[in-house]
Design a protein around this ligand. Structure first.
Ligand SMILES: Cc1ncc(COP(=O)(O)O)c(C=O)c1O
Length: 362
């Protein structure tokens, strides 16, 4: 049984630890979602998100997890006779390709081995040899700890393929890694809030370019719950299409104020520092699963070069310290383990965790 006065400390790559002051936001009295107080809350939150992600375009709040936006991107912005290039470098980018398929759209795969990044050159080669309406990319592959070089990819896309829509899953990147939406020229990007926003699961944030929104008007069978056209009509009134997760939006509003007060450059620098710290420890004791120049600043996948029993080590630390970190994802279960360093996790938290792992593997 969970001791609710002393819940487990989370270092898994989502959901991550949520601080008490943020939790309290979820316990505030609720608001009617068609009333003016709610509209003020949504309007203010969306305006802050625009500042945080450097955009003047559309920001939507979706009462779903991020997987809903995988589907929304495809159903809204890809016509039946168009093809999507799905870049695949780990469990989540692989899954997005499955979603494209299950939405009945055509796709082709650009696949690298798990642990390797997708490069601008690889995408360029594929796009130059085919006719694609859109590409999917995962900014930060949570299964492998690879941060894809999205700034380089975006520069290449803007220069050589300005008509191809760019859909980027930023689930474990948003907030922790640089994301200047308008400068990058992306069409859709999104995250659920249980990652670097440091809020419990239950809400997703989606950024949608004006051209993606315009395109969706002419794509049939968009469905209802994730229809960008209906979302946009509600957003004009600072409302959502259906009943939103109001407590989460209160928490998001609170977190956005904190982020803006800190300044995004500082937020990114704080994540970089945590990334460097965990990587230094990982290299001293094991190795990195991702090539260092592509290793993420929001989570580290540590290659289990010592052949420790990952499941046992995690269980021992949970038993002794009431603290959990992540095993390797899927087929990497015992080959790696993953430590989140995002959101409201601090360097002191990480020092404590790594000290405990040191004791366990001695
Ligand atoms: C990169 C990435 N994409 C998508 C998802 C799915 O997000 P959600 O569980 O919020 O639907 C995850 C979840 O961990 C993820 O890490």
């Amino acid at each position: 049984m969970v001791d609710w006065k002393n819940p487990p400390r989370l270092f898994i790559p989502g959901p991550v630890k949520v601080d008490e002051d943020v939790l309290q936001q979820l316990a505030r009295p609720t608001l009617g979602h068609r009333g003016k107080e709610y509209s003020q809350l949504q309007g203010e939150t969306v305006d802050m998100l625009k500042e945080i992600f450097f955009t003047k375009q559309n920001v939507f709040l979706s009462t779903s997890s991020a997987s809903g936006i995988w589907e929304a991107a495809i159903r809204n912005c890809v016509a039946d006779d168009e093809t999507v290039l799905c870049t695949m470098c780990g469990a989540f980018s692989d899954k997005w390709a499955d979603v494209v398929k299950s939405c009945g759209k055509k796709h082709e795969e650009l696949k690298v081995e798990w642990g390797q990044p997708i490069t601008a050159q690889m995408i360029d080669e594929k796009l130059s040899a085919g006719n694609y309406a859109a590409i999917t990319i995962v900014y930060n592959e949570t299964s492998t700890g690879v941060a894809n070089p999205v700034y380089e990819i975006s520069e290449m896309m803007k220069r050589k393929y300005p008509d191809v829509l760019v859909f980027v899953d930023s689930v474990s990147a948003m907030v922790g890694l640089p994301l200047e939406f308008d400068k990058l020229g992306w069409d859709i990007t999104f995250a659920s809030v249980q990652k670097a926003f440091a809020i419990p699961p239950g809400l997703a944030v989606a950024l949608v370019s004006d051209r993606a929104l315009e395109k969706s008007a002419n794509v049939p069978n968009r469905g209802y719950y994730f229809d960008f056209q209906l979302w946009a009509k509600s957003a004009v009134k600072n409302q959502t299409l259906t009943t939103p997760n109001v407590p989460h939006i209160m928490a998001l509003n609170y977190q956005c104020k904190k982020l803006l007060k800190e300044g995004m450059e500082n937020v990114w620098a704080r994540h970089k520092k945590m990334g460097e710290f965990v990587r230094a420890w990982a290299k001293e004791n094991f190795d990195l699963f991702a090539p260092e120049q592509h290793a993420s600043n929001t989570l580290t996948a540590v290659k289990n070069t010592k052949g420790i029993d990952v499941a046992k080590t995690i269980a021992a630390i949970q038993e002794k310290h009431n603290t959990v970190f992540g095993n390797g994802y899927g087929k990497l279960k015992e080959q790696a383990f993953r430590i989140a360093h995002m959101g409201d996790i601090t360097l002191d938290d990480l020092k404590e965790l790594l000290g405990w792992i040191d004791e366990e593997i001695k």
